[in-house]
Structures are given as C-alpha cells and as structure tokens.
Design a protein around this ligand. Sequence first.
Ligand code: SF4
Length: 200
Amino acid sequence: MKSNLNLKQNNLLTLEEVAKECINCEKCPLYLTRTKVVPGEGNEKARVMFIGEGPGEEEDLEGRPFVGKAGQLLTKILKSVEIKREEVFITNMVKCRPPGNRNPSVSEVETCFPYLEAQIAIINPKILVTLGNVPTQFLLETKQGITKLRGEWYDWMGKIRIFPMFHPSYLLRNEGNFPGSPKELTWKDIKKLKEALIQF
Ligand code: SF4
C-alpha cells in the first residue's frame, strides 16, 4: 500500500466531494449489492478518526457508519471516556457493504482506499484508530493479528499515529469481562487513547 496523502492526485478537496464520489462509485463489485453507500460522518476537524472494516446491514440501509449494535457499542465505549461521536470522524475501509457481512477482499480495500486517503488528508487527524484486522493489517502493511497489535502506537506516514483496537462486533461475540478478555483490554485501550488526546 503506497500513499502520500496527495489531495491533488485524488482531486477531492472536501468531505462532501469525497462522499459524492463514493455515492456514484462503481469501481469495485460491492456497488452491485449495496443499498446505500456509507462514506462516513463526523467532525471535519477531528483529531481522531475511527476506521472500521465495512458497513453492515443497518449501515447499508441508513447510509451511516456504525449505527447497528456494534456502532451503539462503539458510541458507549467512547462515552465511557467522555468522547462524543460528534468530536471524531467515523468511517470504514470500504464504503459499500460486503454481502453477508463478510470481510472486504484486499482488492476491494485497495480499490476503495483513495476515498479514505482523501478523507484523512482533508481531516488531517493526529490519530487513526483502526478497528479490527482489516484496517489494521492494511494500513500497517502487516499480517499480524489485532490481538498482537492492539493497544500500541504505530507511526504512519511520518505524522499520524495508528492505534489499533478490537472491532466492537468482536466484543459483542466475546462478552466476558475478566482479566485479559477483549472487553477488559478494550477498556484499557480506550483509556489510553483518552490520555493521549488530553496530552495533545
Ligand atoms: S466499496 Fe468503495 S470502491 Fe467499491 S463501489 Fe463502494 S465506494 Fe466504490
């Protein structure tokens, strides 16, 4: 994955322009099965962007990211450390729903990446929180899993830090709260993120 966050290359200068391009996009096969495109939403001056894998069923119907059960959990996780959804920007690696909630393929992620790249360049955040394996492995160019990578800081493009966390849908499938559980580790991670935001 090569990126220089080149806005002119993408020729997209505002979040609205990115969203409009996504809505008309037929660059990968996911356009065939989508109901609505989900470009992402939030604060255009956000210091932190949350990046998931792809829209789910409810997101596909509403055209908004993280509005289903996993999204509600994400909102709750943010709220637990007094971060409001309106303060951050929330999006996904692919802007159209992969059928049956499968993971997007590498080719789909690569094809859709210029939209995310443009969003990052426009927002210019300090931190990208990658939720789950798909965004974490793609952006960090690694095959290591989220369990190993989560909760640590990684430099990206020289000026942005990546902070991987478990995807909220994984937490919904692993609800136990005991030392070392995904839930307990996520609680530690979100506190670590909050502390970093306070320091900026
Ligand atoms: S997932 Fe991305 S590249 Fe594929 S059709 Fe949707 S907007 Fe276009």
